[in-house]
Write a protein that binds this ligand. Structure first.
Ligand SMILES: O=P(O)(O)OC[C@@]1(O)O[C@H](CO)[C@@H](O)[C@@H]1O
Length: 401
């Protein structure tokens, strides 16, 4: 563990035309507003709200939450930065902050917090349900039956990769059915500390108490949450963990981020699938009812800030876990700090603040990267794959024990 954290690298902003962060603010967010507007028969007031946010994205300024917003949320966001950034361009504040604020303002625009007919209606639910109900999901769940005959270690590895690549909605547990893809996937791993992760969660002898608690900070719903639940169910069944705490978002966020409603949808999808998927789903259902698995939705999970700024109660929760596993690209950005770190900056250095052992399972979808060896960095840069940081073709498993 480092004595002193590394000198902070420059914070990633969206102020450079042609850069990936700039394209997310200038192109992806307007596209998301149009998609949401087409997905629901919103009334004129809601449409006016969406149009106003669209205009603001282009050349507007950061504003405090509206007066009608919940007072506690207004206070939180004021502390999180609307006081500090009010009046500034979306492109001139930290990219992480601007993105997160956009999704919070989108919920106001569609009336998510009410009062009114759209209260509690997830603007991203149509896409979430379509993905959960897709034929690809059927195939991926059926593939679980092929795992049943494999040795426990292979099943554990396949399900870890399923959760990892689920972040790209391309569940990796089909790896066992196709050797060639295993090699491809392994090459696509820019870091693999999975042995360290398993050293933190060793299997327990049948019938002995299992002391380990896994804290899983989930990312996306649907085809990422399903393999996350499968991994939790498997680790419980294998006696590698005795408890799991699943952190999801208190409200819709970043299009596909999982909420408690999405956990229930994914669990029902497993139970209804039959075969090995249903066995895992039923095991998880039982674990939820007897308290071995709990679901949390902490307000800070939707904060526009790095985890280094987390509040004391959340810090205490993570400290009490045997290991906290953070899924996905956004959680990685928040964990290490959304900065232009030199890629070989040690993962342990940028996560030294985190209470307890911590792991990241992430497909690379944005510029931030840490913990690479010099050789891996050189190979990636020499590969000619200019978008290796943002295209989702590469992934990492990083652990600070
Ligand atoms: O957390 P996820 O779902 O894996 O990826 C989300 C995300 O990294 O994708 C975009 C960058 O590619 C950003 O909008 C956002 O941070």
């Amino acid at each position: 563990m480092p004595d002193t954290p590394p000198e902070p690298a420059p914070v990633i902003l969206g102020d450079e035309p042609g850069s990936f962060p700039h394209s997310v603010l200038a192109e992806r967010h307007p596209a998301i507003l149009r998609q949401v507007g087409e997905a629901f028969p919103y009334d004129p007031e809601r449409r006016a709200g969406l149009d106003a946010l669209l205009a603001s994205c282009a050349d507007g300024a950061i504003e405090p939450l509206p007066d009608a917003a919940d007072p506690a949320d207004r206070r939180r966001w004021a502390e999180w930065g609307t006081d500090r950034y009010a009046g500034r361009s979306w492109f001139d504040v930290p990219w992480l902050w601007a993105e997160s604020h956009f999704y919070r303002r989108l919920l106001d625009a569609v009336g998510y917090f009410g009062p009114g007919p759209w209260q509690g209606v997830d603007p991203f639910r149509p896409a979430k349900l379509a993905e959960l109900g897709s034929p690809e999901t059927d195939e991926e769940l059926a593939a679980l039956d092929d795992l049943a005959g494999l040795p426990a270690e292979e099943r554990t590895r396949a399900l870890l990769h399923g959760s990892l690549w689920g972040n790209r909605a391309d569940l990796g547990f089909r790896l066992s059915g196709n050797g060639a893809r295993t090699e491809d996937r392994v090459r696509a791993l820019v870091a693999d500390d999975s042995d360290v992760l398993w050293s933190l969660l060793p299997p327990s002898a049948p019938g002995t108490p299992v002391p380990a608690t896994l804290c899983l900070v989930a990312d996306n719903a649907g085809r990422e949450l399903v393999p996350d639940l499968l991994l939790v169910a498997h680790l419980l069944a294998e006696g590698r963990i005795g408890r799991a705490v699943l952190h999801v978002k208190p409200h819709p966020y970043y299009v596909s981020d999982a909420t408690p409603a999405d956990v229930l949808d994914a669990l029902r999808r497993l139970v209804a699938a039959g075969g090995a998927a249903a066995s895992y789903g039923e095991g998880l259902w039982t674990a939820l009812t007897d308290g071995r698995v709990t679901v949390r939705a902490h307000p800070f999970s939707c904060a526009p800030l790095p985890y280094a700024d987390m509040p004391g109660d959340l810090r205490a929760e993570f400290a009490s876990a045997t290991v906290t596993v953070l899924k996905g690209d956004l959680n990685y950005r928040r964990l290490v700090g959304d900065r232009y770190w030199p890629p070989t900056t040690p993962f342990a250095d940028v996560t030294g603040y985190f209470p307890g052992p911590v792991a990241a399972l992430r497909t690379l979808k944005s510029d931030v990267i840490t913990g690479l060896t010099a050789r891996t960095e050189a190979a990636l840069e020499a590969s000619g794959e200019r978008r290796w940081r943002t295209s989702g073709t590469h992934a990492l498993i990083q652990v600070r024990g």
